[in-house]
Design a protein around this ligand. Structure first.
Ligand code: SF4
Length: 266
């Protein structure tokens, strides 16, 4: 095995000594006196040295000025090649740039916004490929019916997982406290297609999930059979017996007719 030796040339002493030249270049970009202490230098190649200065700007904590100086062969003058501000250890940096399609989050779409779906969006598939059987294929082809794209198996699977683990699924406090599951509730309106086995829409205006897709094992206290209300009690009409009569004994001391005469009543 042969060893490859890399020749490392010593740093050019004229470039190493040109700290003031480098500082002046950094001050031209920053403010006079802003570049701080000299942090050291690094040899970049033959007669090329980069000097580092602390950045004292409070907006750029952890950054440092890097000024590269150089010297032509057999020349005495050292000149500035470039001066930049570089992030050092602990420097605050902007997050890595992401295309909008990766930054987008559910709920970001606003009124009037348009969200294009790419041609190869794996949540969608050409409509005719998702038809149930051959007769469906034939009808869609012949009559041009149906939508251009429909949910693919991947799209359905992702939606089902999202709904199941979301706040209308079985793992929520309201579902745990429910007297029974949605699958037995009269307000549970089944979805069409294969998703009907697991999902429906809550159609109870008093339930917090009204209008939402809920799982069959979700539930809430507004379940149709949770507490059957007793029918209202109707007040019966009083019964008047106008045929029979009761004998009531005359009380002692009642006023008789002769006494009525004496008192002047007719
Ligand atoms: S009322 Fe409650 S139990 Fe009934 S479907 Fe809606 S969420 Fe489910």
């Amino acid at each position: 095995m042969t060893r490859t030796r890399t020749r490392v040339s010593p740093p050019d002493q004229a470039c190493v000594a040109a700290v003031d030249v480098a500082r002046a270049a950094a001050e031209e970009l920053a403010r006079p006196g802003e570049p701080g202490e000299h942090l050291g230098y690094e040899a970049e190649g033959d007669r090329i040295v980069t000097h580092y200065f602390a950045c004292q700007d409070r907006a750029y904590r952890g950054w440092r000025w890097a000024v590269t100086v150089t010297r032509a062969s057999r020349a005495k003058n050292v000149t500035v090649s470039e001066a930049v501000l570089l992030p050092g250890t602990g420097a605050m940096l902007a997050p890595e740039w992401l295309p909008w399609s990766e930054r987008l989050r559910p709920g970001d779409l606003g009124v009037g916004d348009l969200l294009p779906t790419p041609d190869d969006d794996d949540r969608l598939a050409p409509g005719f490929t998702e038809a149930g059987d051959d007769s469906d294929h034939q009808m869609i082809f012949e009559y041009g019916l149906g939508r251009a794209r429909v949910l693919s198996a991947i799209g359905k699977d992702r939606a089902a997982r999202r709904w199941h683990s979301g706040e209308h699924g079985p793992h929520t406090p309201i579902a745990h406290a429910a007297p029974a599951q949605c699958s037995t509730c009269g307000f549970y309106w089944l979805l069409a297609g294969g998703l009907r086995q697991e999902f429906g829409v809550c159609a109870n205006e008093y339930a917090p999930d009204d209008g939402k897709v809920v799982t069959a094992d979700h539930g809430c206290g507004a379940h149709s059979e949770a507490a059957v209300m007793p029918p209202p009690v109707e007040q019966a009409m009083p019964i008047l017996d106008d045929l029979g009569f009761d004998l009531i004994e005359e009380e002692a001391g009642s006023v008789d007719e002769s006494a009525t005469e004496e008192l002047g009543h007719s």
